[in-house]
Each structure stands twice: as structure tokens, then as C-alpha cells.
Design a protein around this ligand. Structure first.
Ligand code: GAL
Length: 692
């Protein structure tokens, strides 16, 4: 029997009167409306199935006291929800949701499909994934399921359907997380057959596939679909890319299998998401995210301390999946348990990190986890309460955040990030470079960050988007390492330049086509005529070589492309100094006005100092202005824009106290009053509101 709760708020935050009404039972009984949750939520992962029900109340009271308004529940609780095949027990979950609701805490329900129960994998062993070495996974950890297996999908759909029918109209359920961190795939013969079918659908005929993959090379030509192997990491580049696209499409259909049944049985206001992992590239996130309502990610620092550039880029990447605000659905309360050294973040750093999340567009920051299970694989992970159920030292910092989120929520409600600069990112390109790095120190994510870092510091906001996204709104679009350039992306970029934008291509761009074949022209392939120049040759470097030009003198480590300027309007921006003879005095970066805009190609991996100058030139040439204005080094500025207001989040990540002078007086939301400047201690945060 479900218990329905009606709550009357008599006086804000002080007195709550609870009226418990015992419902008539059944999934469809009407539920009382819940009060609207605050715009910015603090949350935690809570595992009520791991504790006696008598303990729940104490935990929820402590959460409420810390200003926590969201719990994510259920994502590993399949054996508790379906202890025996076809016998579902969701009553405890309904009681947990109701108990949380009584503390003004909303629930996000995780479908438990990352950890199938032992009875399931024992009875249907084909649902267990098979490793590349042909060994089947065993029970006892998680992610042991086979994402392509029809029986597993049938079982997953049934449990998701049961949950959705029961909770799809529950006013305290905000939304759904499908599964948990999609990652592991299977190499069993049935999956291989599915891959071969997928290839048939994509390529139509073997003749076409053989041509597009140039299988004449090494006698790779196929005369039957079932000859085609799965290859990972080393193999025909067309085959490698096809396998990753199959993996991505299979995650999409795996997700859709649950998503459809949740959508069919839930209120439209309940969102559906899944939790991703920053720069993880095990599948193409643009493929998988297109069916979701909301992007959400698990933000862990691991060893060391927060790097606001690296972490900020991961936020911006996640925000780009749906091009709107996102959630940090998991983050570390101090420390993790899986790094080489599981050091704690410093006092004040967790709070600074939470505000950094919000600045980049997160509407929720949720800590993993509330309390460690007494047994299980993650006993040492950071938590908000200890094994005795009382607060750990970090709890007070979280409670401070709870108060601050409540204070800032009205100003932040309805605000989003807006950027003048976009960085283009594609999984195809990252994979293509990783499979053939040519210099084993070449890391495509670091290449992206080498551009992102100085551009973020100058512009104070950057969007990260796929190369086929609409680009008209950006003054500057930068594509570092856009190695695979599809026809559609090339057209999109050319139109952007023709229309007045400034496109900057970074080293290794425009080399491959959509099948991961070399373009039949030199880099940047279809954009050569627009650029009025091209890459004559690329060189992997043993050691840094000198560069000199418009951006000063510096060094080029790892990678150098010898450019040529064929058009009289193409300007040479920098040149290589003396090195291997081939590169001596040759162009390393060129630019040309084209259409109403400009196109630039940077062929050299630039050292940080030269890249900072290059970023200055890129932004100045494109008319990009900082969101707030110049601030001391190490101070991060983010801005969120509403219809009538604008909120700046300013954080001191430097090692010294800093003073930030504001261009105009602003309301200091956390400190109170109107300020013309703010003093920030190390890890200090100011949240400032201005009208637009
Ligand atoms: C995440 C995972 C959580 C927990 C956490 C520990 O990757 O989703 O369930 O294991 O890591 O850091």
C-alpha cells in the first residue's frame, strides 16, 4: 500500500505540517503535488537498501539539515527489487521515496541494470558479457552484463517498466537515470553477428565496404559478411571506426529499450538521463545523448586537486551534449578510493568545486556517497557521514553549501551559460588519432585542452560542440585535431566562415574522411581552397623545435606540420626555426580572409606561452570580449545569463588571496550588499548578481 503525503508549508523553512493519508493502493492512485524544488540542488547518492529501515529517518534528517534536496536511489538495487524472477518488491523503495519527501528531499531513480542479480546471470549465462580474450564475466562485481544481448534487454526492460509504472507519477520523483556509467562491451559471437548486420545496413554491399576500407591492402577483402572480425585498437582504420560506431549505436538502443518504457509510463516532467564520465570515449556520446532529456556526469578529481581548466572543459563538454544546463550527478566528498593516492581535497576546495560546477552550468551537485556500506568494494570512499552514521568533518562544508545554494537559487533560476567561443570536439577524430598517434606522447584530449585553457581564461566562457552543430552565434570557432572531417562537417565549417565567422583549425585537422580513410587531398582536405594553403608534410618531433612570428618566440613540442600559403591573400603567422632542415623557416600557422569571415590553420603544437599569445590574437581578431573583465591569474570567472539578470561566479583557485575589481557595482549574493570589488581568500567564492 503506498503512503501518500500532503505537505503544507506554513512558514518558510520553519514549520512543516505533515498530513499522512493512506492511499487505496495500486500504482495509479493520485499523488499530492510536491512543492517545487529549488533551482540549484544539492544532492547525494543514498542506498536505503543497504540499511535497516529504522535508520532512514536519522539519515534523511541529517541530509535535510545540510540543505540536501535530492537523493539518487536504486541504481544497484536489482536483487532487492526483484529477489526472485518475476517477483517484484518495490514497496521498500516507495517508502524510501516517501520518507525522503517528508524531509523535502526529491528522488532520482536509477534503473539497476548495471548490476544484474546472481539468479539472473546464473539462469541466463548468455546475459554475461564476454571479454576480448573470450572469457565470460562472472558475478560478484558490476557491469558484467552484455549490452547487446536480447535476453538481457528483455529483463532490463521489465524491471524498468515495473519501476516506471510504480513511480512514473510520483510527485517526489524528479527523474530517471538509466543504468550507471555505460562502459563495458561484449565480444561474444552473437554480438559479432550483430556487428556484421550493422555493417551490412551501413554499407549495403561488400563491394562498397571493400572499396571504402581499401581492403585490397593486406588481402583484407571480404567475400561474406560473416568473415568480418571485431578489431579494437589496431586494425583497418575503417573497421576500427565502424566498431566504435556500432558500440555507440548499441548503447543507444540499449538505453532506448529502457527509456521507451519509462517514457510511456511517466509524467513528462520527469526527466530521463544517464551518468557519463567526462572525457571518457568508450562510445560516441553525441549518438547516445540525443534521446535523453538532460546530460549528467560523474565528476571525480581522483588523485591531486581540482584543475579548473581540465574539469571546466569536462563540464563544457557535458553541457554541449544537450546544449543546456546539466547535472553533476556524482562528485567526490573529499576523496575517492580508486586513485593511486586517494588524498582528500583541501578544506574549502569541495565548496569551491561545487561553485565551479554551477558556474559552468550545473543545476545540481550531488555527492557520491552519503555513507559507506559496511561491506562491499568501496569501503574507503569519501562520504558525508561515517560508518557510525554521524557527520564527518566535510559535512559542515556541505551544509554551508546547502545554505548558499538556497540563497543563490532565486538569482540563478532560469540562467544559462552563453559563449562567444566554441571548441569543436569529435569522438571519431579522437579515436582516429589515438589509433595512430604517430608520436606516443600525442594525446588528443591534451591537444584540445591546450587551446581550451587560454581561450577559457580570456573569454571566461567556452562551449564545446560537435562539428556539425549550428555555429552562427559564435565569433570564434576552434577545431583542434579535427582529424576526421565528414562532408557534412566540412560544409558546416565552410558556411560558418562564408557567413562571417573565424574558424581556427588545429594541427592534424581535415586529414580523414567519414570512413577514416585519408582524404584524397592534403590537409585540411575539403577546406584547402578556403584556406588558400595546405599541409605539405607532417613531422613527429623527438624534441621541441623553435618557432617565431606574430605570437612571439617559443617552442613547438611533439608535432609540426609544414604549411604552404598558395593564395596571395594567405598570411603567414608563425614559422619554424632551425630544426630538421625540412621545417627550417617554413610556415607553421597561416590565416586568410574568406567570404565574410576568416580561416586560420595552426600546424604546430604550441608551447603554453605561445598558445596564450595565439589565443589573444584569435580572440582579438574575432572581437571576443571577456564575460566580466580582466581578473588576477588563477581566478576563475563564469557567467550565467537570465532574461533580465546575469550571475557571475568568481573563484580564487590561485595559491594567494586575491582582490577582483568589478566593472560596475554588483550585488554580492553570498556576502551581502553591493560591491565594487571582492576580496577572495584561497578557494574563496563570490556569487555576484547584475542586471542585463
Ligand atoms: C562512480 C560510480 C559510483 C561509485 C563512484 C566511486 O564511477 O558511478 O557508483 O563507484 O564511481 O568514485
Amino acid at each position: 500500500m503506498p503512503i501518500r503525503i500532503v505537505r503544507f508549508r506554513v512558514c518558510s523553512g520553519v514549520i512543516f505540517l505533515f498530513l499522512l493519508i493512506v492511499g487505496l493502493g495500486g500504482a495509479s492512485s493520485a499523488q499530492a503535488p510536491a512543492p517545487a524544488p529549488p533551482a540549484i540542488l544539492l544532492g547525494t547518492a543514498w542506498y536505503p537498501e543497504q540499511w535497516p529501515e529504522s535508520r532512514w529517518e536519522a539519515d534523511l534528517a541529517l541530509m535535510q539539515q545540510a540543505g540536501i534536496h535530492m537523493v539518487r536511489v536504486g541504481e544497484f538495487a536489482w536483487s532487492r527489487m526483484e529477489p526472485v524472477e518475476g517477483h517484484y518488491d518495490l514497496n521498500w523503495l516507495e517508502r524510501a521515496i516517501a520518507a525522503a519527501g517528508r524531509h523535502n528531499i526529491y528522488t532520482v531513480l536509477g534503473t539497476p541494470t548495471a548490476s544484474p542479480p546472481a539468479w539472473l546471470t546464473q539462469k541466463y549465462p548468455e546475459t554475461l558479457r564476454v571479454n576480448q580474450d573470450g572469457r565470460r564475466a562472472e558475478h560478484g562485481n558490476r557491469q558484467h552484463f552484455n549490452w547487446a544481448n536480447p535476453k538481457y534487454r528483455e529483463m532490463a526492460r521489465k524491471i524498468a517498466e515495473q519501476m516506471a509504472k510504480r513511480f512514473g507519477h510520483n510527485p517526489y520523483v524528479l527523474g530517471w537515470q538509466i543504468d550507471n556509467e555505460y562502459a563495458e562491451v561484449s565480444f561474444d559471437p552473437e554480438t559479432r553477428a550483430q556487428f556484421q548486420q550493422w555493417l551490412k545496413a551501413r554499407y549495403g554491399s561488400l563491394e562498397n565496404l571493400n572499396t571504402r576500407w581499401t581492403t585490397a591492402y593486406w588481402s583484407e577483402s571480404y567475400t561474406a559478411w560473416d568473415q568480418i572480425p571485431i578489431q579494437v585498437g589496431y586494425g583497418n582504420p575503417g573497421l576500427l571506426l565502424s566498431w566504435m560506431r556500432f558500440v555507440s549505436d548499441t548503447w543507444r538502443s540499449y538505453q532506448k529499450n529502457q527509456l521507451d518504457v519509462i517514457r510511456a509510463n511517466s509524467d513528462a516532467r520527469q526527466f530521463i538521463t544517464t551518468n557519463t564520465m567526462g572525457s571518457f570515449d568508450g562510445y560516441d556520446h553525441y549518438t547516445v545523448e540525443q534521446d535523453l532529456d538532460l546530460a549528467a556526469w560523474d565528476d571525480y578529481v581522483g588523485e591531486g586537486h581540482l584543475d579548473p581548466i581540465q574539469n571546466g572543459a569536462a563540464h563544457d563538454l557535458t553541457r554541449g551534449f544537450k546544449q543546456k544546463n546539466f547535472w553533476v550527478i556524482e562528485t567526490q566528498p573529499g576523496s575517492v578510493n580508486w586513485a593511486a593516492i586517494n588524498n582528500s581535497l583541501d578544506k574549502g576546495e569541495v565548496r569551491a568545486m561545487a561553485w565551479h560546477d554551477v558556474g559552468h552550468g550545473a543545476d545540481v551537485v550531488s555527492y557520491w556517497q552519503w555513507r559507506s556500506a559496511l561491506n562491499g568494494q568501496e569501503q574507503y570512499h569519501g562520504t558525508l557521514v561515517g560508518s557510525d552514521g554521524t557527520p564527518v568533518p566535510l559535512y559542515a562544508e556541505i551544509a554551508q553549501l546547502g545554505k548558499e545554494f538556497a540563497k543563490a537559487s532565486p538569482a540563478l533560476a532560469g540562467t544559462t551559460v552563453q559563449s562567444q567561443v566554441a571548441i569543436l570536439h569529435s569522438y571519431d577524430s579522437r579515436w582516429a588519432i589515438q589509433w595512430q598517434k604517430h608520436n606516443d606522447k600525442y594525446n588528443p584530449v591534451e591537444e584540445i585542452l591546450s587551446y581550451y585553457g587560454p581561450l577559457r581564461v580570456i573569454a571566461q566562457s567556452v562551449d564545446i560542440l560537435p562539428p556539425t552543430a549550428a555555429l552562427g552565434q559564435y565569433k570564434l570557432v576552434v577545431a583542434p585535431g579535427l582529424n576526421v572531417l565528414s562532408e557534412a562537417a566540412a560544409k558546416n565549417l565552410a558556411a560558418y566562415v562564408e557567413g562571417g565567422g573565424h574558424l581556427v583549425l588545429g594541427q592534424r585537422s581535415g586529414m580523414k574522411d567519414d570512413d577514416n580513410s585519408l582524404q584524397p587531398e592534403r590537409q585540411p582536405g575539403p577546406l584547402v581552397s578556403l584556406l588558400g594553403g595546405r599541409v605539405e608534410q607532417y613531422y613527429a618531433l623527438e624534441k621541441p623545435i623553435p618557432i617565431e612570428g606574430k605570437w612571439g618566440t617559443g617552442e613547438c613540442p611533439l608535432w609540426a606540420e609544414l604549411l604552404s600559403a598558395k593564395d596571395s591573400g594567405t598570411e603567414i603567422l608563425i614559422r619554424y626555426g632551425k630544426s630538421n632542415g625540412w621545417l627550417d623557416g617554413q610556415p607553421a600557422a597561416i590565416t586568410r580572409k574568406a567570404g565574410k569571415g576568416r580561416i586560420t590553420y595552426i600546424g604546430a603544437w604550441l608551447d603554453p606561452k605561445t598558445m596564450a599569445q595565439a589565443a589573444k590574437w584569435m580572440t582579438e581578431t574575432s572581437g571576443v570580449k571577456p564575460a566580466l573583465g580582466v581578473v588576477p591569474d588563477g581566478v576563475e570567472v563564469s557567467a550565467r545569463y537570465g532574461t533580465h539578470n546575469l550571475v557571475y561566479v568568481v573563484i580564487n583557485f590561485s595559491k594567494e588571496p586575491q582582490t577582483v575589481h568589478l566593472p560596475a557595482a554588483m550585488e554580492d549574493i553570498l556576502g551581502g550588499g553591493s560591491k565594487q570589488s571582492v576580496d577572495l581568500p584561497v578557494y574563496g567564492v563570490a556569487v555576484l548578481s547584475a542586471s542585463r
